[in-house]
Design a protein around this ligand. Structure first.
Ligand code: SF4
Length: 414
């Protein structure tokens, strides 16, 4: 099918020490920070509350969105439309943008998809990544169309000349390249040598792809090491984090439905992020990609790594409950999804524990006898009839969000 592969860094023997560019070459292109040096805290949303030391990394930029080098962790997603369906794809990109997505990836499996990139580019300013396997020509077309980043594995495009051409094009257009290792598609010689798609085999695969770029003095690279198995992905990322200084794109691939996928991603990404590993995330779900963005932000918000949008806390309800907490929580979340301000809203089922539990929230509601109590920063602030709870809460949060944007309201960091 393909010509024999000849690139000399892709020999099947182990190559010790690849993945770290020689210091003399990299001094201009890549800040050498010391792979094990995590002693200096880089900014997270609230370091005083969550003193998390992020792994130091180099930085790449995708249409102005900075990844790595201490930048806020970027949330990205991928369209599940056919890329050649320009209308459907642009529509989905716009929905993702409205949900706060910062980078969108598009699959480019064929020529008609590559051709569609030209029209898609004209219709959106969203940073776009072209996801390409095997056919290097689509990478050249994507660059020509104005796409902002390539996801392509140089070891899979069949030959040194093609790798050199893609790298030259990426350099010309200022495009970063994401090396994306997937446990499900590792090279056969690595599977044989490591006895399967082990974390070590995934890392070796990634290092080999990276080395092919470094050989051509290309360091504008980020790396992902995805597996559907949380433990394997976590180990692979931990190992890679010690070997290179490139930014890492985290993801648990094929993680499942909205519910199971969110849980797996939260566990896997949560472990890594809490160790300071990870510069951009994609939550893979068999669901509307907009959900990926929502889950991604919830993970980051949980670790105080980003503050974006309303943080709704709700009691689980019990035999004391006076209002429909489940329904109200879901409706409030939906109605406040457009708010960017990091306001914490508490929905509590009763007034026995509600006020106490709502104390750390900016605004809260607790079910009471015949009416509900509204709390501001834990203090009682009014009574509303049951039927007016949602409207009242939403209006008040919108007012607080306006004040926050003007610097007139300080949010609680709960
Ligand atoms: S706030 Fe009230 S209803 Fe909700 S769990 Fe606590 S005691 Fe139960």
């Amino acid at each position: 099918m393909f010509e024999p592969f000849t690139d000399d860094v892709f020999y099947t023997k182990p190559i010790p020490g690849i993945g770290l560019p020689p210091k003399e070459q990299s001094s201009a292109a890549l800040p050498m920070l010391g792979a094990d040096d995590t002693s200096e805290a880089l900014p997270c949303a609230d370091p005083s509350l969550f003193p998390l030391n992020r792994r130091r990394s180099s930085q790449v930029e995708v249409r102005g969105v900075k990844i790595g080098g201490g930048a806020p962790i970027v949330v990205q997603s991928m369209c599940n439309t056919y890329t050649h369906d320009v209308e459907g794809t642009v529509d989905q990109i716009e929905r993702l943008e409205a949900a706060g997505c910062e980078i969108v990836r598009l699959a480019v499996p064929d020529e008609k998809s590559a051709n569609a990139l030209y029209e898609i580019r004209k219709r959106t300013e969203m940073p776009l990544v072209a996801d390409i396997h095997f056919d290097y020509r689509y990478a050249l077309m994507a660059a020509d169309a104005g796409i902002d980043c390539l996801r392509i594995n140089p070891g899979n495009i069949n030959g040194e000349e093609r790798v050199s051409e893609v790298v030259a094009t990426a350099k010309d257009h200022g495009l970063p390249i994401r090396v994306g290792v997937n446990a499900g598609s590792l090279e056969k010689h690595l599977l044989d040598r490591f006895g399967g798609a082990t974390p070590e085999a995934m890392v070796e695969s990634g290092l080999r792809h990276v080395a092919m770029l470094e050989k051509r003095n290309f360091y504008d690279t980020k790396i992902s090491l995805k597996a559907s198995d949380v433990a394997r992905a976590v180990k692979a990322y931990r190992l890679m984090a010690k070997r290179v200084e490139y930014p890492l794109h985290l993801g648990i691939t094929e993680s499942g439905s909205l519910q199971t996928g969110s849980i797996k991603s939260s566990v896997g990404l949560g472990i890594l992020l809490s160790e300071g590993i990870g510069d951009t995330i994609r939550v893979s779900l068999a669901a509307d990609p907009v959900e990926e963005v929502r889950v991604g932000y919830e993970i980051l918000k949980s670790l105080k790594l980003r503050q974006k949008g309303v943080n709704v806390v709700a009691c689980p309800s019990c035999g004391r409950v006076q209002i429909d907490v489940d329904k109200l929580t879901m409706e409030v979340e939906q109605e406040l999804a457009h708010i960017d301000a990091p306001i914490t809203v508490a929905v509590m089922g009763c007034e026995v524990n509600g006020p106490g539990e709502a104390r750390d929230a900016d605004i809260g509601v607790a079910g009471g006898h015949k009416r509900a109590l509204i709390f501001m920063k834990g203090e009682k602030s009014g009574l509303v009839s049951y039927e007016d709870i949602k409207k009242n809460l939403v209006e008040r949060v919108e007012q607080l969000a306006e004040q926050y944007e003007k610097g007139q309201f300080e949010v609680t960091h709960s």
